[in-house]
Design a protein around this ligand. Structure first.
Ligand SMILES: *Cc1c(COP(=O)(O)O)cnc(C)c1O
Length: 426
């Protein structure tokens, strides 16, 4: 949108712009393919000489409208949807890293991303050095190597709830001529815009707050357009030298600020095919229309629940970056002054056994492998999402064995608290 609308207006109005007589609501282009009058035009599309749709493995108009909305919410220049948050993380990294390259990653990132980088991408020849997000600037700088291609972190780590010092990481990345990629799933662009603080690429699992109703899996990559790939052609040959699979196109020359997203779409989507289903993109768009209403409520409820837990004598510890006195309160105030997210973690004095007993007694909060939707839900990462990690890795990831991850929904806060109170009581 050319107008400078506020986020609330972008949530509702951005993306789909119907012409005269067209559907008011974003249509679902439930079509694998698109028709053209001449084979010559089709040829130009395949040469990337003209933009347009030809096959939904690469791009789809419904998806592009939704990506444009998220792009605007983040303040970026180009964006794409992916079939999942994991696909977004993989594509964002793999778009600039291949065999023989290296990544610097915050240790507290989401378990799935940790596995992707340290196990799966390692098999592809990409090495990752894990750094403590709280380490000082100099220590973080020591992790870089000549073949480092990017830095990856999470604005609020799931489930460790560590708030990333985005400026510190951006400074370290830029001092080594590489971009900072930030997974901004938990605060969403309603509460945090990593580009404002120097991040270059943002990724999302749209399966969480953006969709908001636990209905549609999806991901998104947004490019700020700020990283100057062409200044480091030796580091980023994929963007700065001819792509033989497209008759020698040089992405930075032909597409300027859209180079990163165009390459990810035309190469990675073409060859690996993780496009979001247009049905899911439609549902995601409905979710985005209320994101600006839901996020403040998630945060308000989470703060009330965190305060209740803090005052309960069966509770050993509570971690919520919105709580005064929390280790990350100051960083949260800086990077997300309007609120963090709806996710809290805590431990009970009775440890793991007490956690399991409590979870079984909950009536409102359901045990599910999900976070960040309208319904309050709960999970024990050490036995569920992070069970493939050993004790050492759990510690490094900031996941204690007794950690209960509570995703506070947008029900009435008193009802959520009453449910927890009865489940914690003997
Ligand atoms: C869930 C999640 C992912 C993975 O997203 P999927 O949509 O489940 O593939 C990545 N990062 C964070 C922070 C997440 O919470």
């Amino acid at each position: 949108m050319s107008e400078n609308y506020a986020k609330e207006t972008i949530c509702i109005q951005s993306g789909w712009k119907p012409g005269n007589g067209e559907a008011r609501v974003l249509p679902i282009y439930q079509s694998t393919t698109f028709k053209y009058e001449s084979s010559e035009q089709m040829g130009r599309l395949f040469n990337l000489e003209e933009s347009g749709y030809f096959y939904s493995r690469l791009q789809n108009p419904t998806n592009d409208c939704v990506a444009a909305k998220i792009c605007e919410l983040e303040g970026g220049v180009a964006a794409m949807l992916t079939s999942s948050g994991m696909a977004a993380t993989f594509y964002a990294v793999f778009n600039i890293c291949g065999a023989g390259d290296h990544v610097v990653m915050s240790s507290t990132v989401y378990g799935g991303s940790h596995n992707l980088l340290t196990v799966t991408m390692k098999k592809m020849g990409v090495e990752t050095t894990v750094v403590d997000p709280d380490a000082d600037y100099e220590t973080i700088c020591q992790a870089f190597r000549p073949n480092t291609k990017c830095v990856f972190g999470e604005s609020i780590a799931n489930p460790a709830l560590v708030v990333l010092d985005i400026e510190k990481f951006a400074k370290a990345a830029h001092a080594h001529n590489v971009p900072l990629i930030v997974d901004n799933t938990f605060p969403t662009p309603i509460n945090c815009n990593p580009f404002k603080w120097g991040a270059d690429i943002v990724t999302h699992s749209t399966s969480k707050y953006m969709d908001g109703h636990a209905m549609a899996l999806g991901g998104c990559i947004v490019d700020s357009g700020n990283f100057d790939w062409a200044a480091y052609p030796d580091k980023f040959p994929g963007l700065c030298t001819p792509d033989e699979s497209y008759h020698g196109v040089v992405y930075t020359e032909r597409f300027g600020k859209a180079a990163f997203i165009t390459k990810a779409t035309s190469q990675l989507m073409r060859d690996l095919g993780s496009c979001q289903s247009p049905q899911n993109a439609f549902l995601l768009n409905v979710g985005l229309e209320t994101l600006h209403l839901r996020m403040p409520r998630h945060c308000e409820n989470a703060l009330k629940v965190a305060q209740f837990l803090e005052g309960n004598d069966k509770v050993a510890w509570v971690n919520y970056p919105g709580l005064k006195g929390n280790k990350y309160y100051d960083l949260a105030q800086k990077y997300m002054p309007n609120g963090t997210c709806g996710v809290i973690s805590f431990g009970l004095k009775g440890g793991r056994k007490a956690a399991e007993d409590m979870m079984e007694k909950l009536k409102l909060a359901a045990i599910v492998t999900h976070v960040a939707d309208a319904r309050t839900c709960v999970l024990h990462p050490a036995s569920h999402t992070h069970r493939q990690m050993n004790e050492e890795q759990l510690k490094e990831a900031g996941v204690a064995a007794d950690l209960i991850r509570l995703s506070v929904g947008i029900e009435n806060a008193d009802d959520i608290i009453a449910d927890l109170a009865q489940a914690i009581a003997d």
